[in-house]
Write a protein that binds this ligand. Sequence first.
Ligand code: PNS
Length: 169
Amino acid sequence: MTGPESEGSLVRRAVCPGSFDPITNGHLDIIARASRLYDEVYVAVMINKSKKGLFEIDERIDLIRTVVADYGNVRVEAFHGLLVDFCKQRDIPAIVKGLRAVSDFDYELQMAQMNNGLSGVETLFVPTNPTYSFLSSSLVKEVAQWGGDVAHLVPPAVLEALNKRLNKG
Ligand code: PNS
């Protein structure tokens, strides 16, 4: 066989990896944009046994599945171990990451170069929507924990879960 068919799958796949404890509007913006660029997008939720999150892995996955329900080409899975192995097992050649600010860049560049060196997988950086350039799951949790309003920072299902978990409603 000649042409692109001989070089692997014609389905363009990408992965958006993260901890997603919980998913924020910033994450969702990147996933939505990736879903417009690729045929199939995997949201890979890292299992980190050494770090207890606010939400269990299954809860994070359920929340993500709820908020990406309108995107027909997005699937959500947990993973542990190396991201490049997740990619290899699913024939995914590209990682899509949001960059919020220059401060993200150093570590993201290291990971991108390491992942590329390990397996050839490429990392594509998407500039975060400026509306969310300050946003992180950690800050959302901290603000919500002390009664601050995060309704504009997370999808409604996540807000509800946060309120329940933090015993506010
Ligand atoms: O949302 P986070 O916590 O910033 O996501 C970090 C994540 C999951 C993308 C990163 O820690 C990762 O890829 N972990 C998987 C383990 C791995 O492959 N490590 C080598 C990276 S070079």
